[in-house]
Design a protein around this ligand. Structure first.
Ligand code: ZN
Length: 228
């Protein structure tokens, strides 16, 4: 018998015990707690242990606070709309940025997610408008150009009543973000060879998400953008 043959049954038994313990744990839990733990577990980055900790923590929170939390959750989607111009999430359509007369409509910054707008707005350096793709091209997850808002961007740029001078591609500096930027550039240049297409440059670490970048890094990246 090899060493692996000896270890494997042990590992399987450990795994079986863990699953058994978890099932027993869920069985003895009060139903409302169980439901909350299961709901937390569905959130990204939350494992069973964290879900349990959060649920038990909330038991100690005053009912009034819990009601406010629940109301915020219920109204999250009911009270928000997607901007029909830039696809940002807002309380109004068009969103505050698109509706503002202080923003330069000839300068469009293309981002993957609405949360990226918050990061760029924190720099206070950008006075143009945005276009949210709601994703990036990712062949491994079957996300092609048609699954994100690229066609809408091309249509927006084509609109002659609102001429666009420059497109800043602020997709994430990872493989998917780069592939998306390259695809958009090709499409934009085919449509209008004279359009200026730039890409965020210095400062952003490769492989990181825009969401986690600090203001200084993002400011430098914006200042150091180059023709793409
Ligand atoms: Zn908008």
């Amino acid at each position: 018998m090899s060493v692996i043959d000896g270890i494997l049954p042990d590992l399987l038994e450990q795994l079986f015990q863990t699953i058994l313990c978890y099932n027993i744990f869920m069985l003895i839990l009060a139903k409302p707690l169980q439901k909350l733990i299961e709901a937390f577990e569905r959130l990204p980055g939350i494992g069973p242990k964290t879900a349990q900790r959060l649920a038990f923590y909330l038991l100690h929170v005053p009912q009034g606070e819990l009601d406010k939390f629940a109301t915020a959750l219920i109204n999250l989607k009911k009270d928000t709309v997607m901007c029909s111009v830039c696809f940002n999430i807002s309380e109004q359509d068009p969103c505050e940025i698109c509706a503002s007369s202080n923003r330069d409509k000839s300068l469009i910054c293309v981002v993957e997610q609405p949360i990226d707008i918050l990061s760029l707005e924190r720099t206070g350096k950008f006075h143009g408008v945005y276009h949210v793709l709601h994703g990036a091209i990712n062949p491994l997850q079957n996300i092609g150009p048609d699954e994100i808002n690229i066609a809408q961007l091309l249509k927006r740029v084509q609109n002659t009543t609102q001429p666009v001078y420059e497109i800043i591609l602020a997709t994430n500096p990872n493989m998917e973000g780069e592939a998306t930027a390259m695809y958009i550039t090709k499409q934009l240049k085919t449509q209008n060879p004279k359009i200026k297409v730039t890409r965020l440059a210095h400062g952003l670490p490769v492989g990181a998400d825009l969401e986690y970048a600090d203001e200084v890094t993002l400011s430098r990246a914006l200042e150091g953008r180059r023709e793409y």
